[in-house]
Design a protein around this ligand. Sequence first.
Ligand code: UDP
Ligand code: MG
Length: 313
Amino acid sequence: MSKKTNLSIVIPVHNEEENVIWLHEALKNIIPTLNLTYEIIFIDDGSTDKTFEKLKSIQDEYLRILQFQRNYGKAAALSCGFREARGEYIITMDGDLQDDPKEIPQFLVALKEYDMVSGWKFERKDTMSKRAFSKIFNKLTQILTGIKIHDFNCGYKGYRSYVVKNIHVYAEFHRYIPVLAHWKGYTVGEIKVDHHARKYGKSKYGIERLLKGFLDLITVTFLGTYKKRPLHIFGTVGFLLCLSGILIGGYLSSLWIRGIKIGDRPLLMLGIVLIVTGVQLISLGLIGELMTHNRNNDDYIIKYDSFEPETGL
Ligand code: UDP
Ligand code: MG
């Protein structure tokens, strides 16, 4: 494999035994015609079927296989792929044959203009409920983040390598990569891509997982607004609460000094609650700040890596 790689294709797969060989074949029909040096990286995200065995049976010097110890989720698999990818251009796609490799040249053209390009499944071939949920999700994300793309969650995306080296995704955050990239100052484009119905295997994203990801929108909006400074919001609210508590306490103390009984006043209770809550919120902000700075996003464990680096010996 050449040391300088132009293109890395990154594919997270979880239980896609019927799909991986076909997908690899379809990729091999397109990529070699592009006259680029490339690598195809499959990340087996803890599959419990024969996905890994199927991948290992493929003879291709441009294929790299990474295998997770268990199922860490698509975001962790992408994050690992981003870290391992050596290409100047990186394209991620789903491993279930729903994304068509014929779109790769389109992504490469758009990446001359943008730092990152997101696919838009304008005729999405998924269930009604999923399409409906996705519409609401995309509209809300557009409104909350101010980024005008149609399909945040599309797995088919292209990146200039510096974008992915600067972005960490975990939990369900793969949905928000365009948002994170935009906030880092990268340009984000969008292209329409063909989408196929899933022929083999099952979707791993039911409504429950989508809802879970939806809650992350709150975190993302929060991160975007406060730019990883949790203390700024918790601290401000905590400080205001504390201040009101102290003012109430001061007022009551002045009554007490003047010999007026304050024992059965609800205001006393409120003052104490405000001070205690305020102090807690400030502490929460501080903990948030510490965690943000010490967060280890890559906590997945790689069990197998087909890539053996050239040692030069
Ligand atoms: N996937 C993964 N880990 C998971 C769930 C999914 O790597 O925990 C992969 C899956 O194998 C596929 C891609 O992520 O290649 C998209 O998943 P899926 O097709 O189930 O999602 P949908 O298209 O239904 O939204
Ligand atoms: Mg799919």
